[in-house]
Design a protein around this ligand. Structure first.
Ligand code: SAM
Length: 269
């Protein structure tokens, strides 16, 4: 049988469709999520319902966001699911999760086996809504999970690590081999739990400053901070902030990036 056909559906590469079929992996993910009836559960990319079905077994209602029209229609017709699901047929990148949370009158519990082709921009989109989210469980490329949890002074530490750790506590949950999916992806995968901080460990007055500074620093990660951030700070200003001029982007902590962002906002530039 064609490797791309699963349950009669031809997997669409452009939507990052790799369907989970390993029952023990599925059971482990559902056990990690621990869905409960009084919670506002939202699944991104339900696909052929590998996670949707066992989660729906435990609760009366679930909201799902699916971009693929054929899959959305299948979900709406599924006899076990149709009375439990609210299907939002939309690109998750355009969903206003604040609005969704307001509708459901509580913070959201978001989960999904994310399409790998858009997983990083999707995480950045979700970070804009962390005030409306109580937790997130995502299957991602293992390499992306490594970047999410990386600390300073490592090659994997980057802009995603800083922004994710600014917004969330991050807990790796499970590693998953390519054989758990149909079709099998070329990369290893991992499940991660992200819990938005209730009390932010570092206060940033203008998030755009943090975004701009981390972009400038990590886009030129081989340069010294003195050079990569020269459009924002003079060497004297950096020294005054306690930053070693010869350090590189990967040497600064999340706290130092937040300090730099606030200093940049204060300088009004
Ligand atoms: N949850 C299913 C599973 O575990 O077998 C499918 C996971 S598959 C990796 C990703 C799913 O996300 C697919 O159903 C795909 O159609 C959907 N998807 C892709 N891009 C999307 C987007 N921008 N917004 C919402 N869903 C998307």
């Amino acid at each position: 049988m064609n490797n791309r056909v699963h349950q009669g559906h031809f997997a669409r590469k452009r939507f990052g469709q790799n369907f989970l079929h390993d029952e023990s992996v599925i059971a482990n993910i559902v056990a990690a999520i621990q869905p409960k009836n009084d919670q506002a559960l939202v699944e991104i990319g339900p696909g052929l319902a590998a996670l949707t079905l066992p989660v729906s077994d435990r609760i009366d209602h679930l909201t799902v966001i699916e971009i693929d029209r054929d899959l959305a229609a299948r979900l709406q017709q599924n006899p076990f699911l149709k009375n439990k699901l609210t299907v939002i047929e939309q690109d998750a990148m355009t969903v206003d999760f604040t609005e969704l949370s307001a509708k459901m009158q509580q913070p959201l519990r978001v989960f999904g086996n994310l399409p790998y082709n858009i997983s990083t921009p999707l995480m950045f989109h979700l970070f804009e809504f962390t005030h409306a989210i109580s937790d997130m469980h995502f299957m991602l490329q293992k390499e992306v999970v490594n970047r999410l949890v990386a600390g300073p002074n490592s090659k994997t530490y980057g802009r995603l690590s800083v922004m994710a750790q600014y917004y969330c506590q991050i807990i790796p949950v499970l590693e998953v081999p390519p054989t758990a999916f149909k079709p099998a992806p070329k990369v290893e995968s991992a499940v991660v739990k992200l819990i938005p901080h209730q009390n932010m460990p570092y206060v940033v007055n203008d998030i755009k400053s943090l975004s701009r500074i981390t972009t400038a620093a990590f886009n030129q990660r081989r340069k010294t901070i003195r050079n990569s951030l020269c459009q924002f700070f003079t060497p004297e200003q950096l020294t005054e902030l306690g930053i070693n001029l010869d350090s590189r982007a990967e040497n600064l902590t999340v706290q130092q990036y937040c300090q730099l962002a606030n200093a940049h906002t204060d300088l009004g530039s």
